[in-house]
Design a protein around this ligand. Structure first.
Ligand SMILES: C[S@@+](CC[C@H](N)C(=O)[O-])C[C@H]1O[C@@H](n2cnc3c(N)ncnc32)[C@H](O)[C@@H]1O
Length: 235
């Protein structure tokens, strides 16, 4: 485990006011130069990272910005809506055009445009279904350098993040199982964030550092508990 990185993340978690200030603090403390965001939408998070005074010199923005037939989640709009969302992402980050790289396509389509071990930080905020988070973590991990961070959003306490008509969100617990498979530390952070600390070869070892009191039960069963109040199936 990288003790300094964990200390930086813990300090950021203790003082952050939201996920943007949390990741800005992590970027600054780790002096990250190269970062990837999977799932960019209108570029609000990307703009916030690029606008912060930091050492970020390359920011990869990976998103298909198109309708995906297999993605049953509320953000999956029609192609016309995605064209406007793409324009918004470009406009929001134009001030940092020289430091951004646009990768327009799904993770599976575009991730190999990034060399292995090139990233200090990868931030996963795309398809949070079981299929999506499995693809994103498995494909992004080799792109992160040993000592770097693979983190993300929507580490939801329940799989029923959206209405019942939608596919469940499986970032939690899949990210924990993935960290175990990689013999890495995973920090559970406030604002439904997580960070997997990719270890150097000699520092491998699975550990969950729970900074929000999620508990020790990482079973899928505990996240499948029915909603307290059924949510209507209509849109
Ligand atoms: C919740 S939004 C991202 C929000 C953004 N990270 C922010 O903080 O402002 C999810 C995005 O994931 C993208 N997405 C969905 N499936 C994807 C996939 N397979 N690969 C990459 N991006 C995907 C969608 O196009 C959408 O823009």
């Amino acid at each position: 485990m990288n003790t300094k990185t964990l200390a930086d993340i813990s300090q950021a978690a203790a003082t952050a006011e939201g996920r943007v200030t949390l990741w800005r603090a992590i970027v600054a403390a780790s002096e990250a130069a190269t970062m990837l965001e999977i799932g960019v939408w209108k570029g609000a998070f990307a703009a916030a990272m690029l606008a912060a005074p930091s050492s970020l010199s390359r920011y990869y923005m990976l998103d298909p910005w198109r309708r995906l037939p297999q993605w049953n989640k509320p953000f999956n709009r029609d192609d016309a809506a995605f064209a406007a969302v793409f324009d918004a992402a470009i406009a929001a980050t134009d001030f940092a055009a020289a430091r951004r790289t646009i990768l327009r396509g799904t993770t599976a389509e575009m991730i190999d445009a990034i060399p292995d071990a090139a990233l200090d930080i990868a931030y996963v905020d795309g398809d949070h279904t079981l299929r999506g988070i499995a693809i994103d973590l498995m494909r992004a991990y080799p792109k992160v350098r040993p000592g770097g961070i693979l983190g993300g959003d929507d580490f939801s306490a329940t799989v029923w993040q959206h209405r019942d008509a939608y596919e469940p969100t499986l970032v939690n617990p899949f990210a924990v199982y993935f960290a175990e498979a990689q013999e890495a530390t995973i920090a559970i952070l406030p604002f439904r964030q997580f960070a997997i600390l990719k270890p150097e070869e000699e520092n491998r070892g699975f550990r969950v550092v729970d900074l929000v009191g999620e508990g020790e039960d990482w079973s899928l069963r505990s996240r499948l508990k029915p909603r307290r109040k059924p949510v209507p199936q209509t849109t």
